[in-house]
Design a protein around this ligand. Structure first.
Ligand code: NAD
Length: 244
């Protein structure tokens, strides 16, 4: 079903993993995709995958921690496509360590990319969407945005922060026609997990970790008009991991 036909989707972190799967699914559903990432090679690969399937996508290299780069990306997207119907703030990093073992440098980096980077993207997407009078934003949080996760103190803090930003902006801009939601994936098979996933599989009541496309489906739905009365929510997609 081409429920996103002629929609313009702006997505960060489209060069691999969940972002790539989402960019592909958005294009399959009919959207024109504008991708932002620091990884140029991965971005070109995503573009090839999308164009091979007959979809439309553009890649722009930008670092989400740099405000002027994000501003420029959004301007480029608008110059290229004229508007932004959906924005997906998905780029993120994970540096694992226990609370008392994080170096200040690692802690700062995780907060910088995941929390500040997501906020900077939201800021400039909202500035534009307010003028436009509508829009949908989906942020990639994590189950680590809702529960603690051993050895991931800064990551957990950053993902909890993304949920706070999502709820706050949702109530601030609901009257401007902008919906803002988050997705909270359990462990997903991306470059972050190794080949042997048995110990991770066991953490999920369904007995397996998730696939990127299973998150992409939820993001596409939240991006589309099908979720038109939903805002400020965090949708958990985790095979039951934090349910019980
Ligand atoms: P990934 O490493 O495959 O993809 C992340 C992408 O973000 C990469 O292409 C990377 O180049 C890009 N990126 C990193 N820093 C950037 C920056 N400063 N500016 C622009 N782009 C940058 O990882 P993934 O697993 O697909 O993760 C995507 C999102 O999903 C992240 O926010 C992550 O926290 C979240 N998540 C992942 C899992 C999982 O198990 N893989 C679980 C829950 C949430």
């Amino acid at each position: 079903e081409k429920e996103l036909i002629n929609k313009i989707a702006f997505i960060t972190g489209g060069s691999s993993g969940i972002g790539r799967a989402t960019a592909q699914l958005l294009a399959q559903r009919g959207a024109n995709v504008f991708m932002v990432d620091i990884d140029e090679c991965g971005g070109e690969e995503t573009i090839s995958l999308i164009t091979a399937e007959g979809g439309t996508a553009v890649f722009h290299k930008a670092d989400i921690t740099k405000e002027f780069e994000i501003q420029r990306s959004i301007e480029k997207c608008i110059n290229e496509y004229g508007r932004i119907d959906s924005a997906i703030n998905n780029a993120g990093i994970c540096i694992g360590s226990k609370t008392a073992k994080y170096s200040e440098e690692d802690f700062d980096r995780v907060i910088q990319v995941n929390l500040k980077g997501t906020w900077l993207c939201m800021k400039h997407e909202i500035i534009f969407m307010k003028k436009q009078g509508y829009g949908s934003i989906v942020n990639t949080s994590s189950i680590a945005g809702l529960v603690g996760l051993k050895h991931h103190a800064a990551y957990v803090a950053s993902k909890h922060g993304i949920i706070g930003l999502t709820k706050t902006a949702a109530v601030e801009y609901a009257s401007n026609g902008i919906r803002i939601n988050a997705v909270c994936p359990g462990t997903i098979k991306t470059s972050w997990v190794g080949e042997n996933t048995r110990s991770l599989d066991r953490l999920h009541p369904m007995g397996r970790i998730g696939q990127p496309v299973e998150i992409a489906e939820a993001i596409c739905w939240l991006s589309s008009d099908k979720s038109s009365f939903m805002t400020g929510q965090s949708l958990v997609i985790d095979g039951g991991r934090i349910a019980g």
